[in-house]
Ligand binder design. Sequence first.
Ligand code: COI
Length: 376
Amino acid sequence: MSTSASSTSSALTFDITPRVDPVTEAEREVILSDPGFGNYFTDHMVAIDWSTDEGWHGARVQPYGPLLLDPAASVLHYGQEIFEGVKAYRHADGSVWTFRPEQNGERLQRSAYRLALPELPVDMFVESLRQVVQIDEAWVPSAPETSLYLRPFMIANESFLGVRPSQRVAYYVIASPAGAYFQGGVTDVSIWLSTQYSRAGRGGTGAAKCGGNYAASLLPQREAYENGCAQVLFLDSENGNRIEELGGMNVFLVKSDGTLVTPEINGSILEGVTRDSIITLAKARGIHVEERPVTVDEWRAGVADGSIVEAFACGTAAVVTPIAELKSDEFTLTMPPVEDRVSMSLRQELTDIQYGRIPDVHGWLVRLDAGETTEA
Ligand code: COI
């Protein structure tokens, strides 16, 4: 590989190999005008290698393209893989910022621990985001509510069929211009309640962001599509009555007195950065937030007696998406029509911070473009 430049982070130097045939500006503009979610990828990617002997090494920015994997690479057999989801936002002055990246970096470390993968230092994680954004800055869209979705991931790539933690690992960051996650844009969604399948069990990998959790959600997700729903709601595997999370996002209920209720972090739920941010914003407004077990029966009874008035999903990709109805084999629970919804107001405040439309009083934004590298 011919290296034409390099850039040093606190501990690693990134060799930079620009793509010789980047997407033309005209093609890119067409893509950015309607990116959807996860359909297109920028010209470059970040890669860092790890081995038991050398630790983290070989940091580079290289043209986006297929990975060369030995067919015996352990990720292909035993699924030793983790990932993250982070967004880069274009502000009105053209600068590019990300949101609480150290939270994602720390979660990647927790996921790595659970999957017996090496823990990438958080400053290297943030630097890896900066590297891909700086080389592909033109790919950060500027239309309202669009962003560059960054997908850091780590795979076990030792060629070995014995079942043990891999001694060779690779970390990558790819980037994808993104609009709304759900088809149809920012709109209320129907949710399918999976009564047959669980997402996570006690002591399992539910709190880790690993591909295996998402693989296990795909059959119920197909069931959701067949029933006209966009996402699956999973219940706890022990009792089968407490709500846990959706296939790829956390869930909140809103009571008629304004209280927010969300399942507590219990080892089988992903510790969502958006979840935590919503809780912080709500508490700053004086809203009472309850993190505790919530059952489907409580949700149904609350809608029936008027004490539960909203439900919403949240995550990096979904931001905050209101839930219109919860469907299962046995019932359909329709959320009531509500004016001035708390969910949409929290969504507005969150995105106003992310897009730099209001002051970032929590110190959540980190600048990624080459203009400056300080915090907001
Ligand atoms: C995210 O919100 O970033 C996610 O990872 C959810 C999904 C796209 C897998």
